[in-house]
Design a protein around this ligand. Sequence first.
Ligand SMILES: Nc1ncnc2c1ncn2[C@@H]1O[C@H](COP(=O)(O)OP(=O)(O)OP(=O)(O)O)[C@@H](O)[C@H]1O
Ligand SMILES: [Mg+2]
Length: 192
Amino acid sequence: MVVQERLTRTNTLAGYLDDFQLIGREKEKSDIAELIEEQASTQESQVIAVWGMGGLGKTTLIKDVYQRQGVSNTFGKHAFVTVLRPFKLEELLRSLVLQLVVREDALDFAGDTQKNIGLMGVADLIEVLGRRSEGKRCLIVLDDLSAMVEWDKISPSLHEIKNLVIVITTRREDIAKHCCQKPKCIRLAQRS
Ligand SMILES: Nc1ncnc2c1ncn2[C@@H]1O[C@H](COP(=O)(O)OP(=O)(O)OP(=O)(O)O)[C@@H](O)[C@H]1O
Ligand SMILES: [Mg+2]
């Protein structure tokens, strides 16, 4: 009898915690999705930074938000890039070109141009990104920035892209603040 009651109480408590965690994460996701949409409505490019210790669920959270219908409808072009180590700007820009340009305008890129992307250097990749993103709202997620110098290299490369919202994730608060100057756009990921 006592055992049965304990089990029931444990189950109830576990159920309550599950619900609580689920609601907590949903709220966090919709807050970030709202912030992205809000930043997209401004004319200048905007940066949102989500930070928190390893394993908190930053990547999972942003991936989920990135795939939301509302977010993908807001942006004519979007890309999700994990920043790899050792950091290579050329590889990161190539991945952006493939996602933002080639995937969207595959027909235009049939033939020589598509083959050449593999051979393009940093300057050419920047030029293609700027030229091909004209007139479209872009969302770029840079997942797992681990050094300010990475941002210092990436950021000027994206200046030619207008109407851009960049979301970065990082473990470090100082990197979040380095990338993003607006306090409301710096978010500490919640423990899931
Ligand atoms: N809401 C959640 N519910 C259950 N599991 C989760 C949740 N969010 C993340 N996880 C799991 O926790 C682990 C870590 O998540 P994730 O890789 O998103 O963390 P991270 O903050 O990006 O870590 P890192 O700083 O190492 O990149 C993954 O195995 C993921 O599947
Ligand atoms: Mg991560």
